[in-house]
Design a protein around this ligand. Structure first.
Ligand code: GLC
Length: 482
């Protein structure tokens, strides 16, 4: 039964990838920030390139998809798999009762920060509250939270896990992001108990019951204000649940937005104004709602095929799921490094998710992957950080970036898809990026290499010892000094 349940959970996640992908034109409607502090923070963030995402909540105890099993929509990723799955209302009770057994005593955010830092990650985004409404921070506005006496972990000195995570990562120099779900399936002002919930959306018409909706707006504002005042310096407010949006912004060419039937304006101007009063320059990512409160766009489980000319970040899972699933399959380090290179060569950032388990630690495989990525980054990261895209962007298995100063470009030569080790040819020919002058060529981790230029083609000679059995894993990086 257990195995079955894990397997189906993994399959569910595969479905989630496909169906949740945002296939519409993500750059349409982008509004660049006008506040100089936001501009500066955005420029700094665009230099970081590689961040850690974490989805963690009481759902981790059942090893199921985060929140979605509470949503009464008949989709692959909403299928219920916990106790009482056969009866919706009994199931919700059992799910919410997970609060009374959540006790992640292995929680050690310094260990996570250390592992992420060593892998070359530079920012973190943590689920302070997902759609299920369970607060992983010490909110005063709900008792459905990790610090409530009903939750065993509340007695732990590190019970306010969001605060602990943010300060551990901040100490290690990370930029700090709070994921916060605008919809709240626990709040009586979002899913009013008078009606049964219908789907992911608010279950009453906010225009018809404006007071109830006002309460919900105020509750959301209050919780976000707590995160903006009691948690130290915050750099990113990453707001999920794009169906909570002004009705006029609904884009019916996007399939999931067709479920939105009513006005759900949460007053982002007021929320963002408050956030920036407490946290000057904070980035606001009201994802999928184009306009002044979506400072960067966030394609999910997918990498745009072409460079985008606006700030963007792909969020992707390291395993098969956003949430912890026991014995999940983690992507090989090679695939993660290749994805990082592709994203960065198209001007984006990579937010890579790991789901902590019920006891408060990651699967050992996640540490292993981060270590392998770190080994690669320790030699090659200068082609990643502070770079921009540059034509021709990609050529066969080669991907290009340039340092933002314009003084150097980087050409990554990727290993074959099923092979960790790179085997380099005797001579490698490729297009000179944007016809730039080349003074010197270096193979990172090896040293200077000789080259010959004919018009806009560069031919680099690879030392014999570095061709077959090069010892270089995942990708070799050539630096072209201009
Ligand atoms: C998907 C999932 C959601 C998750 C998000 C992260 O939309 O449905 O649960 O938080 O991806 O980007």
């Amino acid at each position: 039964m257990k195995l079955n349940y894990v397997l189906s959970a993994a399959l569910t996640c595969i479905t989630v990838w496909g169906l949740h992908a945002q296939h519409h034109n993500v750059s349409a409607g982008y509004v660049p920030p006008s506040d100089p502090l936001v501009q500066q923070n955005l420029a700094e963030w665009q230099d970081l390139k590689f961040g850690l995402f974490m989805h963690w909540g009481t759902y981790s105890q059942w090893g199921i998809v985060e929140s979605w099993s509470l949503c009464p929509e008949d989709e692959g990723w909403t299928v219920r798999r916990g106790p009482h799955a056969e009866n919706y209302f009994d199931y919700v009770k059992a799910y919410e009762n997970l609060q009374t057994t959540f006790n992640p005593i292995q929680f050690n955010p310094e260990k996570w920060a250390e592992a992420a830092k060593q892998a070359g990650m530079k920012y973190v985004v943590f689920t302070t509250k997902h759609h299920d409404g369970f607060a992983m921070f010490d909110t005063k506005h709900s008792d459905y939270k990790i610090t409530d006496p009903k939750t065993p972990f509340s007695a732990n000195p590190k019970a306010n896990v969001a605060k602990e995570i943010f300060s551990a990562f901040r100490t290690d120099g990370f930029k700090i992001g709070a994921y916060f779900s605008k919809p709240d399936w626990h709040s009586d002002d979002y899913w009013w108990p008078y009606f049964p919930p219908k789907d992911r959306n608010v279950n009453y018409d906010p225009v018809k019951y404006p007071e109830r909706w006002e309460n919900f707006k105020q509750f959301t504002y209050n919780q976000i204000e707590e995160l903006m005042t009691d948690y130290g310096k915050m750099d990113i407010l990453w707001l999920d649940g794009g169906w909570v949006r002004p009705f006029a912004t609904v884009d019916t060419t996007v399939e999931w937005q067709r479920t939105i039937k009513v006005e759900q304006d949460i007053d982002m101007a007021r929320i963002a104004g408050m956030a920036r009063k407490h946290q000057p320059g904070i980035l606001v990512v009201d994802r999928t709602v184009p306009g002044e409160f979506e400072n960067y766009v966030t394609p999910e489980q997918t990498v745009p095929e072409e460079p985008l000319n606006i700030p963007w970040e792909s969020c992707m899972t390291m395993g098969g799921s956003w949430s912890y699933v026991p014995h999940d399959t983690y992507k090989p380090a090679r695939q993660i490094v290749h994805t990082l290179i592709k994203i960065v060569s198209r001007g984006g950032s990579y937010l890579l998710n790991i789901g902590p388990g019920p006891h408060g630690d990651w699967d050992p495989a996640a540490y292993q992957r981060l270590e392998e990525i770190g080994t690669w980054m320790s030699v090659n990261s200068e082609g990643i950080y502070s770079t921009r895209s540059i034509a021709p962007f990609a050529e066969q298995n080669l991907y290009y970036t340039q340092h933002k100063s314009g003084n150097a470009s980087y050409v990554f030569y990727l290993s074959n898809d099923d092979q960790d080790e790179v085997s380099l040819p005797d001579k490698l020919r490729f297009t000179v990026p944007e016809g730039k002058a080349i003074k010197r060529v270096e193979l990172l981790g090896v040293g200077e290499v000789s080259f010959k230029r004919t018009d806009d083609t560069l031919e680099v000679s690879i030392p014999k010892s570095k061709q077959q059995n090069s010892g270089i894993r995942y990708a070799a990086t050539f630096t072209l000094i201009h």
